[in-house]
Structures are given as structure tokens and as C-alpha cells.
Design a protein around this ligand. Structure first.
Ligand SMILES: NC(=O)c1ccc[n+]([C@@H]2O[C@H](COP(=O)([O-])OP(=O)(O)OC[C@H]3O[C@@H](n4cnc5c(N)ncnc54)[C@H](OP(=O)(O)O)[C@@H]3O)[C@@H](O)[C@H]2O)c1
Length: 166
């Protein structure tokens, strides 16, 4: 699987169940990477979308309360989600939030990390992949500016991929 996330300098990703900033260039990057693919997220992230489900991609939601989200395919456990995507995992993008990133990170081969050169007052975080021995940065773009924020797009690879069985 793949993972996609935007982090600030302290690896903050959200506050009050919302993103830290609206960055059009990052939204365009997310759209480019995930359109036509399968996205999986926790119910809090799903509910944070102003319009849901996101169009032109399959939206999968991890939740213990599937009856609350009848418009999307829901999974009450990681194991059941793995069964569903087995064979298509190259097309899966894990897109948050913190609880889902932490559970699914070992099963992701690539992580697309947007680095935002700011420090926000975040309440939700993502791990610093540079501190994990099995993750290596393999690409990083030049800095771009969008809506007043300086961002770079980095790609990390996992050399210790865990097989998708739980
Ligand atoms: N910067 C970024 O790139 C980015 C991306 C995504 C999200 N975010 C931010 O992250 C924050 C939300 O993250 P979060 O960690 O609070 O919430 P989350 O991971 O989006 O959702 C947590 C919920 O997911 C469900 N869940 C998680 N693991 C499950 C499992 N194994 N089985 C069944 N259900 C499971 C549970 O839902 P139920 O309670 O319904 O059972 C749980 O309460 C927001 O601020 C959001 O804006 C940022």
C-alpha cells in the first residue's frame, strides 16, 4: 500500500478534527495521486471532509459504527479491510488520520509526505519517518509556495514491508 500525508515541522497533521492549513498545491497533489485509486481512512478523517465521499476514487472507512456511513464501504477491523483490498494493495492510499497511519504504516511500501515549512498548534501527529531505520527518503521536490506556505513533496520507501495478514 501507499500512504499520503501533509506534516508541519513538528510532524503535526491536524487540529480539532481539521487540517492545519488549506494549501491548494497540496490538495492538487493529493488529488493527482489518489484519483482512480482506493483511499482508506478513519471515520474522523472521513467526517472532516466538507464533501464526502471524495469523488472519482473508492472511499473505504475504518469504523466500529458502519451504520453511520451507509454511503461508503466500511470495515470494523484492519483484518477485514486487508481481505477486501488483497491483490489491489498497490492501488491503496492510506490517508489518515493519526490512528490509521499508525496501524497501517508497517504495511505501506511508499509514503508521500508533504512537508509544510511552518509550526502549527496541532493536536494530531504523524511519525517522523527519518527517525525510523526502515524508512528512507528517496525523492524530494524543490520548494513551492502555495497560499503563503512553503512546501516540498517527499517520497519515502519502507525496506521492511510487513505482509498484510493479521
Ligand atoms: N495532514 C494530513 O495529511 C491529514 C490526513 C488525514 C487526517 N488528518 C487529520 O487527522 C485528524 C483525525 O485523525 P484521528 O487520529 O483523530 O482520527 P482517524 O484516524 O481519522 O479516525 C479514528 C476513528 O477511526 C476508526 N478506526 C480506527 N482504527 C480502526 C480499526 N482498526 N477498526 C475499526 N475502526 C477504526 C474509529 O472510528 P469509530 O469511532 O467510528 O469506530 C476511530 O475513532 C484530523 O485533524 C484530520 O484533519 C490530517
Amino acid at each position: 500500500m501507499n500512504l499520503i500525508v501533509a506534516v508541519d515541522r513538528k510532524y503535526g497533521i491536524g487540529k480539532d478534527n481539521n487540517l492545519l492549513a488549506r494549501i491548494p498545491a497540496d490538495m492538487a497533489y493529493f488529488k493527482e495521486k489518489t484519483t482512480g485509486k482506493i483511499i482508506v481512512m478513519g471515520s474522523s478523517t472521513y467526517m472532516s471532509f466538507p464533501k464526502r465521499p471524495l469523488p472519482n476514487r473508492e472511499n473505504l472507512v475504518l469504523t466500529t459504527r458502519p451504520e453511520e456511513y451507509p454511503e461508503v464501504k466500511c470495515f470494523p477491523s484492519v483484518g477485514e479491510f486487508f481481505e477486501y483490498v488483497r491483490g489491489n494493495d498497490d492501488d491503496v492510499f492510506v490517508c489518515g488520520g493519526s490512528t490509521v497511519y499508525l496501524q497501517l504504516l508497517p504495511y505501506c511500501k511508499k509514503a508521500y509526505v508533504t512537508h509544510i515549512d511552518e509550526e502549527f498548534d496541532a493536536d494530531t501527529f504523524f511519525p517522523n519517518l527519518s527517525e525510523l531505520s526502515n524508512w528512507e527518503k528517496v525523492e524530494e521536490s524543490e520548494a513551492v509556495e502555495s497560499n503563503g506556505y512553503k512546501i516540498t513533496f517527499a517520497v519515502y520507501e519502507n525496506s521492511d514491508l510487513r505482509p498484510m495478514n493479521v
